[in-house]
Design a protein around this ligand. Structure first.
Ligand SMILES: *Cc1c(COP(=O)(O)O)cnc(C)c1O
Length: 409
């Protein structure tokens, strides 16, 4: 650590407060947190309150695409903070319009609405699809979504999320959501009725364990939606903005959604979400949807800078190359350790499975060794580093994982 950085960390921990104890008293205990208090980040690294350094293969949950405190993010954030932060949507602002234009020019969609999170983006998409159903599909409002999906924590997106562990505590949930098996076109066909207005899917399921569908699944879903005149909503909150090796994951599956949602990587760390739609399905009239904070100049200026950086530096292609290197190395690791039963994913959204529920233990061991990874499932580890990760970073991460696995033996 440089001296200046050392002093910063010392200042932060100098007061000797045990922040984890304080948190346990004052914060709602809904998160199972790792036992570290992070105080600083730079590039691929973060530091805790004891000054310990970690290589970050977690990226704030697939959010910090350019790593921590990237100059492009800092400059856009501080520049806009010095200029104009919040206006409400009752005025035009330049960063919001620039962001919408960038998204339209770089995707197959025509119109954008900007909000503050992934769940909110999906809520907006659900409302748009229901509005479309009401106006164009004889009042159809049901939506087919997948088991093991994840669409957010609001009531409607919880109903859309096909995982009973998230739904059970809140029953009754808003109705009109039918969860069927992922990667099974016949299940979608069987669930489609006169009441169906849309199918909503993640191109690759992230929170469900990095589940990659067959190459032709989304094409079959697209064809079915065309045949029935219903909408295809792709939730690219996790897969979008370069994460899987193309700007959006739909590009790799040869389909175009009618509605797409984005969030995580879009702002390089600031809270932002968006939903985009084709002109033909954008049936909202003035006053039918809204937000106070959504699309404010501060976060939009950052998202514009991040998107421009991703596009100008062809980060998607970098992700594709590093992802390929990464998955090959994971396969080699799997050949070395019998306990690894599966290697999967695309770009820098990768996972491995074990033959036992050991991923929490592995995560804690990696943490001790200075590596942040995620136990997306009791038997699966997920790797979602910043998109700027290099082959060298992959080597370092896998050396640590190798050491941890060796010591388990
Ligand atoms: C994380 C995630 C969400 C929810 O985003 P929040 O910002 O936490 O509301 C929705 N969909 C997918 C695919 C996600 O990965």
């Amino acid at each position: 650590m440089k001296l200046k950085e050392k002093v910063k960390v010392q200042q932060l921990s100098a007061d000797n407060i045990n922040w984890q104890e304080v948190e346990k008293k004052v914060y709602m205990q809904t998160f199972k947190r790792l036992p570290v208090t992070l105080v600083r980040g730079s590039g691929m690294k973060v530091w805790d309150s004891n000054g310990k350094e970690y290589l970050d293969f977690f990226a704030g949950l697939a959010v910090n695409n350019l790593g921590h405190c990237h100059p492009v993010v800092i400059s856009a954030l501080s520049g806009q903070a010095n200029t104009l932060i919040q206006t409400s949507n009752l005025f035009y602002t330049i960063p919001q319009t620039q962001l919408a234009e960038l998204l339209v020019n770089n995707s197959c969609l025509d119109r954008v609405f900007i909000c503050n999170s992934g769940a909110e983006a999906n809520e907006g998409a659900i409302k748009l699809a229901r509005r479309y159903g009401k106006l164009k599909l004889n009042g159809a409002y049901e939506m087919i979504t997948a088991h093991e999906s994840f669409h957010g924590r609001t009531l409607a997106t919880t109903a859309a999320t096909g995982q009973t562990k998230f739904q059970e505590p809140y029953i009754p949930l808003p109705d009109g959501f039918i969860n069927v098996n992922f990667n099974d076109i016949s299940a979608i066909k069987a669930a489609t009725t006169k009441l169906t207005c849309a199918v909503m899917l993640e191109p690759i399921q992230g929170e469900g364990g990095v589940n990659v569908p067959d190459d032709d699944y989304l094409k079959k879903v697209r064809n079915w939606c065309n045949e029935k005149g219903i909408l295809l909503i792709l939730d690219e909150v996790q897969t979008g903005v370069g994460r899987t090796g193309t700007m959006f994951a739909y590009e790799q599956y040869g389909v175009e959604p009618d509605i797409m949602t984005l969030a995580k990587g879009l702002g390089g760390g600031v809270p932002i979400g968006a939903f985009l739609a084709k002109d033909s399905v954008t049936v909202f009239k003035q006053g039918e949807h809204g937000t106070t904070f959504g699309g404010n100049p501060l976060v939009c200026a950052v998202a514009v800078a991040v998107l421009n950086y991703v596009i100008e530096n062809n980060i998607s292609n970098h992700v594709k190359n590093v992802g390929q290197y990464f998955i090959e190395k994971l396969k080699k690791l799997a050949a070395k350790y019998d306990c690894i039963t599966d290697v999967r994913g695309r770009g820098l959204l990768l996972a491995i499975s074990f033959n036992q529920d050991i991923s929490e233990n592995i995560v804690l061991k990696c943490l001790e060794e200075g590596l942040l990874v995620n136990d997306v499932k009791p038997n699966s580890l997920r790797f979602i580093p910043p998109l700027i990760a290099t082959n060298n970073d992959v080597d370092t991460a896998l050396e640590i994982l190798d050491k941890v696995l060796k010591e388990r033996k």
